[in-house]
Design a protein around this ligand. Structure first.
Ligand code: PHE
Length: 363
């Protein structure tokens, strides 16, 4: 019987078969168990002879079962590990990945560049009151920028704006509640808010959305500007030019970007200058940088700037004899278009992933 079981146990290919053999031998009705049960009926002499043999049989079978069980469990584990093995060299299925919108990328880049120059980021509401958007900036009632075709006016001024957690009529210092609220037409009202909230010296940039009723290849009703403002003592046009040159060279990643300041007019700066950057043709493409007087070269307007008008400084409660400064305002989308060779602004805000892929902004 011993040989029979030892052979049967060794022949078991799985844990289930092994359990069947165990039950057959050592279970309640098992054959070895039955033998053990006969022991009680034996005479002492018979027991002396048969006892060790029967116990030896149980020992041997029990031992063989345990050994075989170990082996089979190991085999099962190996099989499981093999089945679950991951081949890390297999190519993966890639899902479409989100990415930062090009305009947001440019805003981040600008914030970084100006952070290195010591500028903090300031913000203001997109729903503005007339005083911050126009009045305090010395923009007269008759100024064309106020005309209906440019400015988006709000129908329900004070309450709607207040509910939206934006500008409210009581923090304006303005002449009163009669004037309608507007979607800010530029980031310049952040100049006013900053000068009224913080003590000079000031060095801030204010990137954000602005709104004008306009629509063509290079104009969308919502677009982005970045405002710059420095208020300190003894600030000159030289500081302005150096700052703009440093910023534009860092942004276009070329040391040969040249600037041209053209006398211009803004009600809130005096003197005012529009700033052009030089471009050249490289491999049939227009690039910022290089000699604008060379073949294929020229000038392109990128921003408006000037020395902050004393009236604006005074409107914010500061003494213009003590504090001077410069300001500039620049279209962020335009910078993005120039840097990445985008020729139509409208798709920039349509969120079509094919467009993003075309310009390498999405994987
Ligand atoms: N706010 C002006 C515009 O939108 C730009 C500007 C800002 C000009 C600051 C001068 C100083 O066109």
């Amino acid at each position: 019987m011993k040989a029979h079981y030892l052979v049967a146990i060794d022949a078991c290919a799985g844990l289930e078969a092994l359990e069947a053999v165990r039950v057959e031998a050592l279970g309640k009705q098992g054959r070895v168990t039955a033998l053990l049960k006969t022991m009680g009926k034996l005479s002492p002499d018979e027991r002396l002879v048969q006892g060790p043999a029967i116990h030896g049989l149980r020992e041997a079978v029990t031992q063989a079962l345990a050994t075989r069980k170990d082996v089979l469990e190991n085999v099962a584990l190996e099989a499981k590990l093999a089945a679950e093995r991951i081949d890390v060299t297999l190519p993966v299925d890639t899902l479409p990945m989100g990415s930062v919108h090009p305009v947001s990328q440019v805003m981040d880049e600008l914030a970084e560049i100006f952070a290195d120059l010591g500028f903090a980021v300031a913000t203001g509401p997109e729903i503005e009151d007339d005083w911050h958007n126009f009045g305090a900036l010395n923009i007269p009632d008759t100024h064309p920028a106020r005309a209906m075709q440019d400015t988006f006016y709000l129908e329900r001024p004070a309450r709607a704006a207040g509910e939206a957690g934006t500008a409210s009529s009581d923090d304006t210092g303005s002449a009163g509640g009669a004037a309608p609220f507007v979607l800010r037409t530029h980031t310049s009202p952040v100049q006013i808010r900053t000068m009224m909230q913080q003590k000079p010296p000031l060095r801030i940039i204010a990137p954000g959305r602005v709104y004008r009723s306009d629509w063509d290849a290079t104009h969308t009703p919502m677009f982005h500007q970045i405002e710059g403002l420095v208020i300190d003592k003894g600030i000159t046009l030289g500081h302005l030019k150096w700052t703009l040159e440093t910023f534009l060279r860092a942004f276009f990643e070329r040391d040969d970007v040249v600037l041209r300041l053209r006398p211009s007019y803004f009600p809130f700066t005096e003197p005012s200058a529009e700033v052009d950057v030089g471009f050249t043709m490289e491999k049939g493409k227009r690039v910022i940088g290089g000699d604008p007087n060379g073949p294929g070269g020229g000038w392109m307007e990128v921003l408006g700037s000037g020395m902050v008008h004393p009236k604006v400084i005074a409107a914010c409660g500061l003494d213009p004899d003590e504090w001077q400064g410069f300001a500039f305002g620049c279209g962020i989308d335009r910078l993005a278009m120039l840097k990445y060779g985008i020729d139509d602004l409208r798709p920039v805000f349509e969120g079509d992933i094919r467009w993003l892929k075309h310009y390498g902004f999405a994987a």
